[in-house]
Design a protein around this ligand. Structure first.
Ligand code: SF4
Ligand SMILES: [Zn+2]
Length: 79
C-alpha cells in the first residue's frame, strides 16, 4: 500500500517534499501570502491571500509562479 501523502516528517523526506513544492508552485511555495490547501484529489492548492484585497492577484494563481510583485518570503520579519 502506498504511503499516504500526508508524508513522512523525517528531514530527508521533508527536504524532498519542500523541493517538490517549490518545483510545482514556484514563488508561491515560499510566499507568506500563500495558503496551502489539500484538494480532495490529494493535490496541493495555493490560495493567494492578497487576492482578498487586491484584484491583481488570482485566488488560485497559475503555478508555477515565476515572478510576482506581491511575493514575500515566509521567513521575512513581519513589520
Ligand atoms: S503574492 Fe504572489 S507569490 Fe505570494 S501567494 Fe500570491 S501569487 Fe503567490
Ligand atoms: Zn522519511
Amino acid at each position: 500500500m502506498p504511503l499516504d501523502d500526508a508524508g513522512c516528517l523525517c528531514p530527508p523526506c521533508l527536504k524532498g517534499e519542500i523541493a517538490a513544492l517549490i518545483k510545482a508552485a514556484g514563488l508561491c511555495a515560499g510566499c507568506r501570502h500563500a495558503q496551502r490547501l489539500r484538494s480532495k484529489g490529494g493535490g496541493l492548492l495555493h490560495l493567494c491571500g492578497l487576492s482578498k484585497t487586491d484584484a491583481r492577484y488570482k485566488k488560485y494563481p497559475r503555478l508555477p509562479m515565476s515572478e510576482c510583485p506581491g511575493y514575500e518570503p515566509i521567513t521575512a520579519a513581519r513589520p
